[in-house]
Design a protein around this ligand. Structure first.
Ligand SMILES: C[S@@+](CC[C@H](N)C(=O)[O-])C[C@H]1O[C@@H](n2cnc3c(N)ncnc32)[C@H](O)[C@@H]1O
Length: 238
């Protein structure tokens, strides 16, 4: 317990230092941020290799189709297709370059790609056996996430599974500091309200789980892989 309290305080101090060190860096639009980093993106994300494998292994054996929100270049799909080569996938993302890379890597697979905002995407009702969102939702408020989770809930068949693997804030203090800093920078650079910027504002686990429950998910489990206390793998069933 003492260690956990200490590490939350350490994490908060690190975050405040990061904000001070980067205070003059401009905010980048979400799609522009990922478009510009396509060359090194997959190497940077190789840190999450075990998380991708874990997510692929959690999917039920009978999974035939999957919705991937914020699919990017498809790193989770690399792992998922190894287990389910015939899977029917719908991938949604804002970044043209990320989607192009995914298309290139998996040209032989059954994938429909949508270049759009997942908050606007019509996911239908009772369509998917499974949905995933991997390292993509840590930029949005609990209110917006709840609406998205409701959409995902509706889109799943009865008994369908949603896997939300993402950063979480280790404390309420950290969650608040990140949202405050993001707002400060948005004001400084006069970013219009509906424009997405790449700035991390993860929720605490409590707030993430609460948004999922309010959206209708009842059977929810949460896993952490060793040495990664900032990344939760949340498995929710309809
Ligand atoms: C860190 S990447 C993760 C990509 C992939 N899931 C992975 O793990 O490699 C986050 C992705 O989410 C996408 N994204 C962020 N907000 C989005 C939104 N509102 N609608 C669609 N895609 C979004 C970004 O364009 C980016 O490709």
């Amino acid at each position: 317990m003492y260690n956990l309290i200490m590490s939350k305080k350490e994490e908060y101090k690190k975050l405040k230092k990061f904000f001070a060190d980067t205070k003059d860096e401009p905010l980048e639009n979400m799609d522009g941020f990922f478009d510009a980093r396509i060359e090194f993106y997959e190497e940077h994300m190789s840190h999450w290799r075990r998380h991708y494998e874990y997510v692929a292994n959690v999917l039920p054996t009978h999974t035939r189709n999957l919705l991937d929100l914020g699919c990017g270049s498809g790193l989770e799909l690399d792992a998922i297709f190894t287990r389910f080569p015939l899977l029917d996938v719908t991938g949604v993302d804002l970044s043209e370059n990320m989607l192009a890379k995914l298309k290139n890597k998996h040209a032989d697979k059954n994938i429909t790609l949508e270049k759009c905002d997942y908050f606007d995407f019509d996911a239908g009702e009772n369509v998917f056996d499974a949905a995933v969102a991997f390292e993509t939702l840590h930029h949005f408020t609990a209110v917006r996430k709840r609406k998205l989770f409701e959409k995902i809930f509706r889109s799943l068949v009865s008994g369908g599974i949603f896997i939300d693997c993402d950063y979480i804030a280790l404390s309420q203090e950290i969650e608040k500091a990140a949202f405050d800093e993001c707002l400060k920078r948005r004001r400084k650079y006069k970013i219009p309200p509906r424009t997405y910027v790449h700035f991390d504002t993860p929720l605490t686990l409590k707030h993430e789980l609460s948004a999922l429950k309010k959206a209708g998910f009842s059977k929810i489990k949460c896993r952490f892989l060793p040495h990664e206390r900032n990344t939760a793998i949340i498995i929710a069933r309809k």
